[in-house]
Ligand binder design. Sequence first.
Ligand code: ZN
Length: 294
Amino acid sequence: MALLGAVEAGGTKFVLALARADGTLVERTRIDTAHPDETLPQMAAFFREAQARLGAIGAFGIASFGPIDIDPASPGYGTFTTTPKPGWSGARFQDALAEFAVPMRVDTDVNGAALGEYLAGAGQGCSTLAYTTVGTGIGTGVVKHGQPVTGFSHYESGHIRPRRDAALDPFEGCCPYHGDCLEGLACGPAIIDRWGHDLSEASPEQVALIAGYIADLAASLVLLHMPDRLVFGGGVMKAPGLMDSLRAQTRAKLGGYIPAYDEDLSTRIVEPGLGDDAGITGAIELARQALSEG
Ligand code: ZN
């Protein structure tokens, strides 16, 4: 039975894994994300060596930082596009792993983590799950019946425009495109720009302000996707009191309109179940899907 090769490609590290066809992990390692001329050959060497020792790899699944082309119908599928990370624009996973000549599925890191949570974490049993990370950036992956949902490209939920009261929050936001979009107001760097400290050291009023912006996204996700559950992870979400305030403000913003979300939301809006393993779990599933689709 062929093995699955999985990659969670992050901005600071790559997690590489081999799994059996049922998803059981066989081996994993991590390498630093450096220049692609260094990191991508290192990645290929790991899989080459592992294949020689453990058996043939039948497919790859990649959950990657971006921006990256994730449209299987596009000639650039699997290629980094306008990433500011030096050297990575134009790098392509299919080229880096061409020697294996096996099917590959490439998706975003957040869609990968969403898939991992759906299968083995806090999204188990859901038909539709929305997984959002609030950290250096903000992004959402929506998984419906086991498949990440996208348009011609991945969603960009971090750039919706929450309502900002300039008297309450004079900070104009740090998004280079929009200023005070959600990411510009509520990502980790925006919080430090505004107050000089991160949200774990913030007052309850400051936590409530950020929770209110994130609640705009949560309410929008409910209205657009009717998910059974919303998972919120990432460094910012670890701030004490944030999750409770997010639940209360999401309920308030929905105003009783969606009965399923007109309760305390402790089982509707939840923390991730897999912690740091969500991404690689999703990448293994992408490989399994690539293998079964041929
Ligand atoms: Zn923006």
